[in-house]
Design a protein around this ligand. Structure first.
Ligand code: HEM
Ligand code: SF4
Length: 552
């Protein structure tokens, strides 16, 4: 795991003290809200419907037990006893008091965390595959590239006032768990014909009101050129991005206007001019230095046979269900990846209580080499668990209400804060997710339905990723009442696709039935072993539309 050096420590603690002064001036009235706004946003502090909200960065989603304990402490002492894990692998606190925020930031700094660049028109917290370092199909640990990008982008003077916010995601495996093609820049680790490792670069993906899938503009970038190439993209964007129109300011609009070929050409031109600059070249020693932080933990030499786990699974159908959905293969024999669902029946997706976070910190230290990950689907992952420890871990999870066996199933939904918290919302997202969760509570039914991703946003900004949900739900305002538009066929993996709208929107009272109709239609259409998205891609929208709206 990356540890702060002296420079990081100084930078973060200086920022805390600076913000303390700014908050004091706001509280004394020396600064009014308009003057204070840009200062608080530089420190991840938003003003929502009812209160301030603090968004804390979790670089590429990786936390130690000590950090998780601190997140629990903050939830307990300064908030209402819980935190909310987000789709950008961060955590948000919904109820901090302004006067407490400097102390919260100081507490975070003590465990090498902060809230910088979680807001504003800068390069945001870089996200990565939550299975980093643990899967067999990985070509290179994406945390190496992510950490390099984190250091380069932190307070980058040229890119602190971009036309709009900028999000970068990295995958180290061909199977994309980081949704790289719906990011401003997506980085995929690849290997060329000669067996060298490098990066494929995608640009111009995004969601919001104009969803777009990123275009590949570089097939193979040698690692030493990573920063000069990224810098070139950002320069082109910074120069030509639409600052005149908020809705056209993201890089996706520029890529769309220029076309991928012209974008590539412009980036290559800039790249040719700056690639030899020493300050941007990554010498091998620097790569190795960063790589060393992510060296594999001291795995034991274990057998691939797991008799203890097999026996426990045979004895408990609950554990068997949990293993089926929440446990994935690890690259090391005798180890497994264990996913912890933050989607209990009727719960708010992504919420965890302070007690749960403390319990998870304990489990992280005991069972997973002191590492836990936040996933972009608002769950958590213990990346390196001995298979034989899973029965005991499962019991601990169960004791804390964290053993829902629904990862990847219909109740494992993403939902944005929506009208419960957000001042941009048209409709509530969390209560809808809760109602859908209740409707499909029967686990046997969920397992029968199989892999199905529902994603809910309370407005067109698409924080809840509805464009890439197998079933997407968007809150719309129809003559002052909350309505929901349904869309089908989205996906955010290596076969990224954007969902298509089914037709007229549904009322609050109709939408859960509509979702159930879609699911039931899939059940009648599916071939043996076919998932929802596969069936949708084979059959198209018509049969679903027919069931939802009738044939007349
Ligand atoms: C204070 C509450 C929030 C506000 C005001 C807000 C605002 C926005 C806005 C305006 C956009 C559209 C940006 C654009 O297209 O340029 C957006 C996109 C997005 N937000 Fe939020 N957001 C909030 C909370 C969240 C939360 C809690 C999450 C994660 C659960 C989140 C994740 C995202 C993501 C993933 C996108 C779309 C990806 C993209 O940038 O294209 N946001 N948000
Ligand atoms: S999608 Fe809309 S309602 Fe939901 S959090 Fe984003 S801005 Fe708010």
């Amino acid at each position: 795991m990356y540890r702060y050096d002296e420079f990081d420590h100084r930078l973060v603690s200086t920022r805390v003290e600076q913000f303390r002064g700014q908050v004091e001036r706001r509280l004394s009235g020396a600064l009014d809200e308009d003057e204070f706004k840009p200062l608080r946003l530089m420190n991840g502090l938003y003003l929502q419907l009812h209160a301030y909200m603090l968004r804390v960065a979790v670089p590429y989603g990786v936390l130690s037990s000590r950090q998780m304990r601190m997140l629990a402490h903050i939830a307990r002492v300064y908030d209402k006893g819980y935190g909310h894990f987000t789709t950008r692998q961060n955590i948000q606190y919904n109820w901090p008091r302004l006067e407490d925020v400097p102390d919260i930031l100081q507490d975070l700094a003590s465990v090498e965390m902060h809230a910088m660049q979680t807001s504003g028109n800068c390069i945001r917290n870089v996200t990565a595959d939550h299975y980093a370092g643990a899967t067999a199909d990985e070509l290179e640990d994406p945390r190496i590239c992510s950490e390099i990008i984190r250091q380069w982008s932190t307070l980058h003077p040229e890119f602190s006032f971009l036309p709009r916010k900028f999000k970068i995601a990295v995958t180290g495996s061909p199977h994309d768990r980081a949704a790289i093609r719906v990011h401003d820049i997506g980085v995929a680790v690849v290997r060329n014909g000669a067996g060298d490792t490098g990066y494929q670069i995608y640009v111009g993906g995004g969601q919001g009101r104009t969803p777009m899938i990123a275009e590949k503009i570089c097939d193979f970038l040698p690692p030493e050129d990573l920063l000069s190439y990224l810098e070139s993209i950002l320069r082109v964007y910074n120069r030509y991005g639409r600052r005149d129109n908020l809705y056209k300011a993201r890089i996706k609009i520029l890529v769309h206007a220029l076309g991928a070929e012209e974008m590539r050409h412009q980036v290559e031109e800039e790249f040719a001019a700056i690639r030899t600059q020493d300050s941007l070249r990554l010498p091998e020693e620097e790569m190795s230095r960063i790589e060393a932080y992510f060296a594999p933990p001291s795995f034991e030499d274990l057998s691939a046979d797991t008799p203890v786990l097999d026996a426990a699974r045979a004895a408990s159908s609950d554990l068997a269900d949990f293993i089926k959905t929440n446990v994935s293969d690890h690259r090391m024999p005798g180890y497994k990846i264990v996913n912890v669902s933050l989607k209990p029946t009727g719960g708010a997706p992504g919420d965890a209580s302070a007690d749960q976070m403390d319990a998870l910190a304990e489990m992280t230290a005991r069972y997973s080499f002191d590492e836990i990950r936040v996933t972009h689907e608002q769950n958590l992952t213990l990346p390196h668990v001995r298979a034989e420890d899973i029965p005991a871990l499962y019991e601990s999870l169960r004791a804390h209400g964290l053993a829902s066996a629904n990862i990847g199933l219909v109740t494992d939904q993403i939902a944005c804060p929506g009208l419960d918290f957000c001042n941009l919302a048209n409709a509530r997202s969390i209560p809808l997710a809760q109602n859908i969760s209740e409707r499909f509570a029967d686990l046997k039914r969920q397992h029968d339905i199989g892999a199905l991703k529902i994603k809910i946003s309370g407005c067109i900004n698409a924080c809840g990723h509805h464009h890439v949900g197998h079933i997407g739900i968007l809150g719309v305002d129809k003559k002052g009442t909350e309505h929901y538009q349904l869309s089908l066929g989205g996906s955010a993996d290596e076969n990224t696709s954007l969902a298509a709208i089914t037709g007229p929107s549904f009322t609050e009272n109709e939408i859960v039935d509509a979702v159930e109709t879609v699911v039931d239609t899939y059940i009648t259409l599916r071939h043996e072993g076919e998932s929802f998205i596969e069936t949708y891609r084979r059959c198209g929208m018509d049969p679903f539309k027919e069931k939802l709206y009738g044939t007349d």
